[in-house]
Design a protein around this ligand. Structure first.
Ligand code: HEC
Ligand code: HEC
Length: 450
């Protein structure tokens, strides 16, 4: 978003205490050695030399740092006021915990004091009252949403963190309430509906050169677990068939050894972190990418100079090393025992590496290409709409580890294949593999074992 505009609204935001912890000498003092074991293959994921204190710092940032993005989420979109509702000094109905859970927000049970847990269990907490949401924010328990409070104890602003989209909870306390699972995409989260609570959609409308009604239609059309990360760069809201374009929130785990990040390979992990923190979350940092100056491919970015963002103080760049270390420390989760048929998976591995030719691109243990991991739309047999929106013009081979933990919402960048069986059928016909039904089933079990 226009940084000048936001700066005006933004000075309240330096509040977050975390922001001071940005620079740190990256001495590599210890080696984290982890062997990821799954029940059928023993694979040693590349051992990375990560500084444990840098990883710990990155975890704090990933979970709790807003990079000063309150200037956008409150200063421009007024979402703090949408949460409060008219009854509490904001506008509209407010966002009760019940509503928050419906739009996919998650509550970190470990942040709740035992009195609160008991009160919830005893049915003494009003989950229909927006004031309760404010209390949950005060406890810093709403995953990925940070509330700031003034001297009177009133909610003064909110900001978002990486965890909003890239963490979920294990539902161990109740649906939507449990222990944090960082790196798991929150496929319940309806980002568009949350943004559309704003009373200032006009800001986005002006930026995109459309009317406010169009903005609202697009936002509410993304659906759960999806987001259109390129929208603010190219202004493209719909696919050629007129349907609303949005991609699945991807896993932020299992990225060790992976070259390019994002579905279309915009850059490596740390490139993308800077992109997101500045251009999607609208934090206050520095960001450079001359590719965004191209007025043909990226008219919105070029017009607003998104390829040359400068802010002082810079609340992002100093945090990139720690953020990257934390992300690389997030191993893909190991499938629960019994969640797949081990014997079938073992046979499926042979199919994957053999006749089905999957391992020509998805190479163990990273399960993406070693080296350049981009392919044309033609190579994988799909349309090039999304690929063309990226500076690379291609699709990146998705790393497949932890696939079992992100089956909700489907597969491929936009979730076009509802099941793994559909993915396999697609490859079977595209590569003319002539796989037997048994091979296909085994392949599917193998994918669930990764
Ligand atoms: C509003 C939701 C949202 C927030 C907040 C968000 N991301 Fe993402 N993230 C996405 C989406 C959607 C993509 C996929 C973009 C694409 O390829 O089209 C993505 C992609 C990624 C990837 C690439 C994963 C891969 O498969 O290569 C990484 C890494 C990542 N995000 C890290 C972060 C970090 C770190 C933050 C905080 C600075 C963050 N994200 C904040 C939605 C979000
Ligand atoms: C030519 C390289 C290539 C080959 C060969 C290939 N893939 Fe892929 N695979 C890709 C690319 C690129 C994507 C990303 C597509 C997208 O997101 O639209 C992908 C995505 C996937 C996904 C979706 C992952 C997710 O999280 O959405 C699965 C599952 C998958 N491949 C399995 C396989 C299997 C099984 C085979 C063998 C039958 C195979 N792939 C062969 C390149 C390849």
């Amino acid at each position: 978003m226009k940084k000048k505009y936001i700066a005006a609204a933004g000075s309240l935001l330096l509040a977050a205490g975390l922001l001071t912890r940005c620079t740190k000498t990256e001495t590599i003092t210890e080696t984290i050695t982890e062997t990821v074991t799954d029940t059928i293959i023993q694979t040693e994921i590349d051992t990375l030399f990560l500084d444990p204190s840098l990883v710990a710092e990155g975890k704090e940032i990933f979970r709790h740092d807003t990079f000063g993005d309150e200037a956008f989420w409150s200063g421009v979109l007024h979402l703090d006021k949408a949460i409060l509702g008219e009854a509490n000094g904001g506008y509209g109905d407010g966002v009760s915990p019940a509503t928050a859970l419906v739009v996919g927000l998650k509550v970190d049970a470990e942040a709740l004091p035992s009195e609160v847990v008991s009160a919830i269990q005893a049915g003494q907490v009003d989950l229909e009252d927006p004031a309760t949401t404010v209390e949950l924010l005060r406890l810093n328990s709403v995953v990925g949403v940070k509330g700031n409070f003034d001297d009177n104890g009133d909610l003064s602003s909110i900001g978002i963190t990486c965890a909003l989209c890239h963490s979920t909870v294990d539902d161990s306390f109740a649906d939507g309430i449990g222990k944090r699972l960082d790196g798991y995409p929150n496929r319940d989260l309806n980002v568009g509906v949350i943004v559309s609570l704003t009373d200032n959609a006009q800001f986005l409308a002006d930026l995109l050169h459309v009317d406010e009604a169009t903005v609202r239609t697009v936002l509410t059309g993304w659906g759960p677990g999806k987001f259109n990360a390129g929208l603010m760069a190219d202004g493209i809201a719909t696919k050629p068939d007129g349907s609303i374009a949005a991609n699945l929130l991807p896993a932020a785990y299992g990225l060790q050894g992976v070259h390019l990040a994002t579905y279309t390979g915009w850059g490596d992990v740390t490139y993308w972190n800077a992109f997101v923190a500045n251009l999607e979350m609208h934090g206050q940092g520095n960001f450079t990418d001359a590719r965004l100056n191209d007025p043909i491919q990226f008219p919105i970015a070029a017009e607003n100079n998104f390829g040359n963002v400068t802010n002082s103080p810079d609340l992002i760049t100093g945090k990139l090393p720690a953020l990257q270390a934390y992300q690389l420390s997030l191993k893909a989760p190991i499938p629960p025992v019994g969640s797949f048929d081990a014997a079938a998976a073992e046979r499926g591995k042979v199919v994957f590496e053999g006749v089905a030719q999957c391992a020509t691109c998805h190479i163990a243990p990273i399960f993406t290409d070693a080296g350049q991991n981009l392919h044309t739309a033609e190579e994988i047999g799909i349309d090039d709409f999304e690929a063309k929106r990226s500076p690379t013009g291609k699709y990146r081979t998705t790393p497949l580890r932890g696939l079992w933990a992100r089956t909700q919402g489907g597969f491929y960048h936009d979730g076009r294949f509802a099941t793994l069986a559909e993915v396999i059928d697609h490859y079977d016909s595209h590569f003319q593999l002539n796989l037997s039904t048994a091979d296909k089933n085994d392949l599917s079990e193998y994918l669930m074992s990764l």
